[in-house]
Design a binder for this molecule. Structure first.
Ligand code: ATP
Length: 701
């Protein structure tokens, strides 16, 4: 039986620029229980969980799992199963293929895939592509992924999202079972009602601060509770209570007693031989208590030290002021003063939950008593960050850090041979590369490698996925030569769910590592063999012959194995009962002809012939009488959009409409000649690294 581990947060603070996402959070999460991690939107739950999972670096403090930081775990996948969001699975892979690939990378027996699919009730849908899964099915798949390594710790971010009532009931029972087995289960939610029936313990945060820690029973003060008792013979009951010196109020619903709990009342009635018709405890609605805690009008002793200096901003109901924070306060290390509502002038930048930068309206907050400059903020319990023993951790390049994290995350075991090791090494190669070029992160458009600045998307999702911007090619080849292209790399979604990206074979003229995500996208297209995959097929005759990353002699053996698993487990045809047939639509010959016909008109206005075609790029493409789907899915296709050669190909493709019969390639070129779009599809936060099934499935719509 897997062993649950104690999770500890010690003075965890995270600031994104001026935005304090988490402030001095100290808490414990015990094994053998389901712990709810509650807070309103933007309270800092996800950030805290990401810190726990090593996906985000804490500004101060640390979080440990069984006394170790995540990055120090020997077998992370077997220790912690985590799902931070349900949507980051590649839509072109089947549920079974996803899990099999992760299992393989972590050296988990393949039989475990069937087990976890069964556990989450997805056996029947195992062979369907995730693009056709409902949100609830993705949640289940996320849980299956988390359980793959049979870990003792489960960390689930809003697992009930998207589940129907039956699914929510299932999830509740399932989590309780896992906790009953001794595992540590930490579940976030922004609704108390959602977790109320499931959790044994609660952590509640508001604006990054812990405001409650304890059991649900402890949420309200015992003095706020009353017992209501009644009996068919009410007079006899009243006499019994009076004899026991218990004061009561007579209401229509029964006798209301304060200060005596229901057990004691039951005993008194039993002692007097009075049969009861009702006995229950009545207290303030827990939802109200929760709201009061998060808006700062109620302070609970369990977090008294942490929330000391009651938050004037909260009292004034000015969330914006709290979110804005003040640099001055942060600099002075007086978070309490910042929250107390030091006057904030001007709008402040903040990042919305979806990662988009938004302007927080100016909030003028009169300083409350705690904003008094003489006011000494109370020390936060346990918030003193321990000095980090490892100076390496002090590096500010979060991209590199995240790469290392990812390497550890899925490698299964440090130094594990085979796929896990080679993939981990690849991630480390990236990490090293990023560390050396941290200052270039913004310029090269590597998302997630930026600093803590507000607006920087610091999630780890794209750490190994380059969004190419014009000029990247030059930097890639001259300023950042890679001595060896990684055999494969990870794509870590912002959610923490990881995908494995086989990379293109190294090639001097190409930053081959950059092609990896595209290769992944195309890898998905390959089994489907659809017609208008990309312009790569047409580009092939013009460009230098490219090594085929999928040819057996060029492919890393492990990558090949992964591709084989993919192919084996991917259904080429949707099942008959498929409820999303459009996800699997493949273009017919007639569709292709129509595309070609209209593309000729479109291109005549949009795609000007290139007056000076690059002489290096080879001869004009041969006009083709028709668009040959086989040709379009040429193995060289993966490299075209992401490599420098692709631009040359694309510009040549723009000429194609002038050549009779080449309209089909023109339409494909139009799709391929927009590298930023291709890059965006690789790093979409909604899909981890793919924006839509059609992007990867050879023109499926
Ligand atoms: N990468 C980032 N860059 C800048 N600010 C961020 C970033 N990630 C989170 N934040 C900010 O940190 C705060 C906490 O966000 P977080 O996502 O942790 O909250 P949450 O409690 O999980 O919210 P929700 O319930 O809406 O998911 C918010 O103000 C958010 O805008």
């Amino acid at each position: 039986m897997p062993e649950g581990q104690l999770l500890e947060f010690s003075g965890v603070t995270k600031r994104f620029g001026a935005v304090p996402a988490v402030s001095g959070l100290s808490a414990r999460v015990e094994p053998g229980r389901v712990t709810g991690f509650l807070g309103p939107n933007g309270a800092g739950k996800t950030t805290t969980l990401r810190i726990l999972l090593g996906l985000v670096r804490a500004t101060e403090g640390h979080a440990t799992i069984g006394g170790r930081r995540y990055t120090d775990l020997a077998n992370p996948l077997q220790t912690v199963g985590a799902v931070l969001e349900a949507s980051s699975f590649h839509p072109g892979r089947t549920g079974a293929a996803h899990l099999t690939i992760y299992a393989q990378a972590a050296r988990i027996p393949r039989s475990r895939v069937d087990e976890v699919l069964e556990l989450v009730g997805l056996t029947d849908a195992a062979g369907r592509k995730v693009g056709g899964y409902s949100l609830g099915m993705r949640q289940r798949l996320g849980v299956a992924y988390a359980l793959l390594g049979d870990p003792g710790v489960l960390v689930l971010d809003e697992p009930a999202n998207g589940l129907d009532p039956e699914g929510i009931r299932w999830m509740r029972g399932f989590l309780r079972e896992l906790a009953a087995e001794g595992r540590t289960v930490l579940v976030s939610s922004h609704l108390l009602a959602e977790v109320q029936q499931t959790v044994d313990a609660l952590l509640i945060i508001s604006r990054g601060r812990l405001v409650f820690q304890g059991s649900i029973d402890e949420l309200a003060d015992t003095s706020e509770y009353a017992s209501v008792v009644d009996a068919p013979d009410r007079a006899a009951l009243m006499a019994a209570l009076q004899a026991a010196d218990v004061r009561f109020e007579v209401l229509r619903s029964g006798l209301t007693v304060r200060g005596t709990d229901p057990v004691a009342l039951g005993a008194i009635a039993a002692g007097a031989g009075v049969a009861l018709s009702s006995l229950h405890r009545r207290g303030p609605a827990l939802e109200e208590v929760f709201l009061e805690l998060v808006n700062g009008t109620r302070v609970h002793a369990s977090a008294a030290g942490v929330v000391a200096g009651a938050d004037a901003a909260a009292a004034a109901g000015t969330d914006a002021a709290a979110a804005a924070g003040t640099d001055a306060a942060a600099d002075a290390g007086t978070d309490a003063a910042a929250d107390a509502g030091a006057r904030v002038n001007g709008g402040a930048g903040a990042v919305a939950g979806d990662g988009a930068r938004t302007e927080v309206p100016t909030a003028e907050v009169e300083p409350g008593p705690e904003a008094d400059p003489d006011h000494e903020p109370e020390p936060e319990s346990g918030s003193e960050p321990e000095p980090d023993p490892d100076p390496e951790r002090e590096r500010t390049d979060e991209g590199a850090e995240a790469a290392l994290t990812a390497a550890a995350l899925d490698a299964g075991a440090a130094g594990a041979p085979g796929a896990a090791a080679s993939l981990g090494a690849a991630a480390e190669a990236w990490a090293a590369g990023r560390a050396d070029h941290a200052d270039e992160a913004g310029a090269t458009g590597v998302r997630g490698a930026a600093s803590d600045e507000v607006g920087a998307d610091e999630t780890v999702e794209p750490e190994f996925v380059l969004e190419r911007t014009p000029g990247d090619e030059a930097r890639d080849t001259s300023e950042r030569p890679l001595t060896a292209a990684p055999a494969a790399a990870y794509v870590v979604a912002g959610t923490g769910v990881i995908d494995i990206v086989p990379a293109a074979a190294p090639k001097p003229s190409d930053a081959s590592a950059d092609a990896a995500p595209q290769a992944d996208a195309e890898a998905e297209a390959a089994p489907d063999a659809d017609a208008d995959t990309s312009a790569g097929g047409d580009a092939a005759p013009d460009a230098e012959p490219q090594p085929d990353p999928w040819a057996p002699e060029d492919a890393d053996p492990d990558v090949e194995a992964i591709a084989a698993v993919d192919e084996e487990l991917s259904t080429l045809e949707p099942p008959e009962d498929d409820d999303r047939p459009w996800e699997h639509y493949s273009k017919t010959d007639a569709d292709l002809e129509a595309d070609a016909f209209f593309a000729a008109f479109d291109s005549s206005g949009d795609a000007e012939p290139d007056p000076a075609p690059d002489p290096e790029s080879g001869p004009e493409p041969e006009p083709r009488p028709d668009a040959d789907p086989e040709h379009d899915t040429s193995p060289t296709a993966p490299e075209a959009p992401a490599s420098p050669g692709a631009e040359a190909s694309a510009s040549q493709e723009a000429e194609a409409p002038a050549s009779p019969g080449s309209e089909a390639s023109a339409s494909q070129a139009a799709e391929a000649s927009d590298p930023p779009e291709a890059a965006a599809s690789v790093t979409s936060p909604d899909h981890g690294h793919a924006s839509a099934p059609g992007d990867h499935e050879g023109g499926e719509r």
